[in-house]
Design a protein. Structure first.
Length: 182
């Protein structure tokens, strides 16, 4: 009697553990179709970032691994990731702020197995990304947002810092982006 109970408990524990990294979300296929389901993100393993997401389709019930080449975007919980060409290959970038200037976060692992989150800016219609780092932050932002004098002034007065880059991008998109000539 104990053996079936132990086996049942073990099976249920494994099933619960296996599903714990999945959250509700959706994928947008390259054809533009939206499929809802459960998504396990790429950062489920320490010191490694998966290049593919794991997706369980709610309607069809199939499980699939999907790469940035296979889908346009995916949403997991309240985060949106888009497939973009970056440094010569297609990757998932987290879309943090959208507008005339988009702010993306790109998760990578360096050669020493350190997890890095790169902050990238991209102007609407451009294929170029500006990698923003803490060192030289004010100079980089001053150059990048040279068409928005109010924002440059706020950067120099340290109202916007590296930690508040999202606020700086929001400010640009709301106050300067629509009149930008770039």
């Amino acid at each position: 009697m104990k053996t079936p109970l132990i086996a049942c408990f073990t099976f249920l524990s494994i099933m619960c553990f296996a599903q714990k990294d999945y959250l509700s979300g959706y994928v947008v296929t390259n054809e533009g179709d939206t499929l809802t389901g459960q998504i396990r993100d790429r950062r489920s393993v320490v010191i490694k970032i998966y290049t593919k997401i794991r997706f369980i389709d709610d309607d069809r019930g199939w499980k699939k691994k999907l790469s940035p080449n296979q889908i346009r975007a995916y949403s997991r919980g309240d985060e949106l990731f888009v497939s973009r060409d970056y440094n010569g290959k297609k990757v998932f970038l987290k879309l943090v702020e959208e507008g005339p200037v988009n702010l993306y976060h790109h998760l990578t692992v360096d050669d020493d197995s350190f997890l890095l989150e790169k902050k990238l800016l991209q102007r609407e219609g451009s294929s170029h990304y500006a990698h923003i780092i803490g060192i030289g932050f004010r100079k980089k932002l001053t150059n990048y947002f040279s068409d928005c004098f109010d924002l440059i002034d706020k950067v120099h007065r340290r109202e916007f810092r590296y930690k508040t880059l999202r606020s700086a991008v929001q400010y640009y998109n709301e106050h300067c982006g629509a009149t930008s000539s770039q």
